[in-house]
Design a protein around this ligand. Structure first.
Ligand code: ATR
Length: 284
């Protein structure tokens, strides 16, 4: 049976095994998908051991996405641009690195939430690995204006500089700034939180006027980590959304790469939403 895994540290609470098992069931595929905890200094060794067992692919999560990109023998253009990979495809001596986080986020916004990105004003908060992984695919949706705002403005500027040629190709007004800059004054149709601020129970790091009336405000996290941002967004008239849909959609893109079959991600998201909202944790 073809073997896959999610590899991270921590990884115990990952929903990926449940999601992929459900995809396999619904598409009639036979596979096994496990969790693998890699020591913080042992990512490459854990991948090598998994390959030796005959593993065909891994999803890679925090904090190994940069190492996953570096370890691969082939990198997709998105991985080269982001410097990070969340999906490895193993074929003999070849390890291909993909990044499905961006396509997953785009699918969740445009299909699941039904909000078009083309022509809209978009704010991406954060300039770490999570933001880097999604910026390129967001640009290719042709928003009118895309502002990357970060606590450390220099990191946002560097990310924007790396993506400058892509933004020019797609005629996107790409800007970078700090969290209290005048560039935030006009408000945005879509606001995406890609920072780790809520993990520490911190305040939402931008003023509420970034939200245009009826804006979509999405936190890339889900569960308790997303609650602070979502409550803030709802209190200021925005439509709040967590990262559960992005999680399912990035998994669907990985499944398509590995198996050549697109799973019914909308159905699986609805099922997972019911489980998560119902407080059932046994499936994780
Ligand atoms: P990840 O891979 O999850 O993106 P990361 O690369 O460590 O993790 O990046 C964390 C991001 O959250 C950064 O944009 C960070 O801002 P800095 O670049 O200024 O460090 C942001 N972040 C973390 N804590 C924050 C807080 N309390 N307020 C605002 N931004 C915060």
């Amino acid at each position: 049976m073809d073997l896959y895994c999610v590899l991270g540290n921590p990884v115990a609470h990952s929903r990926s095994p449940w999601i992929h098992a459900r995809f396999a069931e619904l598409t009639g595929q036979t596979l096994s998908y496990e969790r693998r905890l890699a020591p913080l200094d042992g990512f490459a060794a854990t991948v090598a051991a998994f390959r030796a067992e005959g593993g065909r692919g891994c999803n890679v999560t925090v904090p190994f996405k940069h190492e996953a990109a570096a370890l691969a023998t082939w990198r997709s253009p998105a991985v080269v641009l982001a410097g990070a990979a969340n999906t490895l495809q193993i074929d003999g001596d070849t390890v291909r690195a993909h990044n499905t986080d961006g396509p997953g986020l785009v699918a969740d916004i445009t299909v699941n939430a039904g909000v078009p990105i083309a022509g809209r004003d978009l704010l991406l908060i954060g300039a770490g690995g999570a933001a880097a992984g999604v910026l390129g695919p967001l640009i290719t949706q042709r928003p009118q204006r895309l502002v990357v705002a970060n606590r450390t403005a220099a990191k946002a500027e560097e990310l924007a500089r790396q993506h400058g040629p892509l933004a020019a190709d797609f005629k996107v007004d790409l800007q970078a700034c700090g969290l209290d800059a005048p560039a935030l004054a006009d408000g945005f149709d879509i606001v995406i939180n890609a920072t780790a601020s809520s993990l520490g129970g911190g305040e939402v790091p931008v003023p509420a006027h970034v939200l245009k009336p009826g804006a979509l405000a999405l936190d890339m996290m889900y569960g308790p980590a997303a609650q602070g941002f979502m409550a803030w967004a709802a209190a200021h008239g925005a439509t709040a959304r967590d990262g559960l849909g992005m999680l399912v959609e990035q998994a669907a893109e990985s499944f398509l790469i590995w198996r050549g079959v697109r799973p019914p991600s909308g159905q699986v998201l609805a099922e997972l939403r019911a489980i998560v909202d119902g407080g059932v944790t046994a499936v994780s």
